[in-house]
Design a protein around this ligand. Sequence first.
Ligand code: CP
Ligand code: NVA
Length: 317
Amino acid sequence: MTVRHLLRDDDLSPAEQAAVLDLAATMKRDRFGHRPLAGPSGPRSVALLFDKPSLRTRVSFEVGVAELGGHPLVIDSRSTHFGRGETLGDAARVLSRYVAAIVLRTFGDDRLAEVAAGATVPVMNGLTDGFHPCQLLADLLTVREWCGGTASRTLAYLGDTTNNMAHSYLLAGVTAGMAVRVAGPDGFAPDPAVVTRAGEIAAGTGGSVRLLRDPVEAVTGADVVATDAWTSMGQEGQEGQERDRGAALSAYQVNEKLLAYAAPQVAVLHCLPAHRGEEITDQVLDGPHSAVFDQAENRLPAQKALLTWLLSTGGAR
Ligand code: CP
Ligand code: NVA
């Protein structure tokens, strides 16, 4: 039996993604009715490793593992030998002797790949510089709830189109059969390899990919409008660069004026944390089209479902 991981959004086929989302909806309806980690003779543990800060990912995984009857171990990687002297592969081999699964939030995707290569248990990407696939499962569950489904719905992602969320919207969105529009300024192109891969997936799902400059064109008629911070973790503290990024990205702010071009029942997504007044206004974040707090809530059932699926026959190849 091959161990399955979720390192990038395209690690799940369209049918597998749909199965995880179906299970997430079931688990949301019956929050305390599923305890696959309780085990026949004791709780199974899940290691949650963080190289970067987190509120939602940490808490939703920690609460989720507990609700599944398991034992969550939150590990700030600075308090271990993780990546200092001891290789990530060795650490993953050791962890695999103790725990049923590993979640890692880190910088480069190469670090995550090293952990997955050493692990003999499922590894989940809790955010890397490249992707945020656990977030996208919550986002797609939210789109199902707000839009009645994902297939042939249009999602416009605006702002920093080079970041993890842009890449994950491209891959996971087309996997769910969505028309994904990504709009950002010159110099903010998403990874071309990710765009190509999204196009390949879209060809099989009826989804589509468009890269745009014009925020109005991107938002026009969209069922979902999404954005994210203009400066991601690891990019902060570069005073001049942050100012330059803000200047380049200001035309892509999600505000009421821009939202007026979207579909009448548009749902607005933001993975949070939000920088109110920068990439999104208070009026939109707190307004009637904001699905943002449902989206944050959905991290919990989405990750419980993912973990359950990866540890069950669904995750075996
Ligand atoms: N959206 C998200 O991943 O939030 P955290 O950084 O708080 O985990
Ligand atoms: N793009 C953001 C997402 C935070 C959840 C970052 O990487 O900081």
